[in-house]
Design a protein around this ligand. Sequence first.
Ligand code: 13P
Length: 248
Amino acid sequence: MREKIVAGNWKMNLTKNEGLLLVDGVVNGLNTADVKVILAPPFPFISDTVSKVEKTTITVAAQNCHQSESGAFTGEVSAATLQSFGCDYCIVGHSERRQYFGEDDTLVNEKIEQLLANNIKPIYCCGESLEQRQAEEHFEVVGKQIQSALSGLKREDLLKIVVAYEPVWAIGTGETATPKQAQEMHGFIREKLSQVLRDEAENVSILYGGSVKPDNAKELFSQKDIDGGLIGGASLNSTDFLAIIHSF
Ligand code: 13P
C-alpha cells in the first residue's frame, strides 16, 4: 500500500515567529496518523522544525539542495548537511526552480542522485505550462520530464521517490486542475513508472499540487491515483493546512 502524503511547501515566506507558530499549530491540531505530513520550510527553520516535530509523525523536507557532495558553492546547502539536521525529504524540480533558476531535468537528476546517496527521499515535481496544456502537449512534456529526471536510477531508488504533479498554470493562481484532469495525468505518470517498476509502481505516492484548498482537497484526493497533495499558499495557515490533511 502506498502512503497518503500531504506536504506543505512554505516557499520563501514567513519570519521566525510566524513560522514557529505555524509548526506549533500543525503539531497541536493534527488528529490523524493515517496521512504522512511533511513540512518544507525555508532552510533557517529546518533545525527548529525538526525539534518541534520530534515526538510526532510529522517529518521535515528541504525545498532545495545542491547537486554536489560539498565544496566551494557559496550560498548553497548540501544533501549531507540537510541529512545531518534531520531532513527526511527534499523537494526537487519545482517549477519555480525551473523557471527562475534555470534548473532542468539533467540537473534535477544529479540532485536526486545526491539526495538518495544521503538517505533523503526526493519529492520530484513535474508539470506542464499553460501554453503546453493549450497545445495539448502535456502528456509528452511530463513524460519527458519523468524520463530524463529519473533516468539511470536503480529500481530500489525509484521506489523511494515521491512524485508531485504540479501543472504550472495551477500554481498560486487559484485555478486548480479538475479532479478528472489531475487523475488523467496521475494515471499516465503511474503508467510511465510501471515501465520500469512493473507492479511496484502501485507503491509510489503521486501528489497533486496547484491551488489545493480545503474546499477542493477532498475531491482531488478521492481520485484513484492521487495520493495526496503538495500545498503552497494554503500550507501557510495551520487551519487551512489541517483541513486539507483531514479531508482524506
Ligand atoms: P499553491 O498551493 O500556492 O498553488 O502552490 C503549489 C506549489 O507550488 C506547491 O509546491
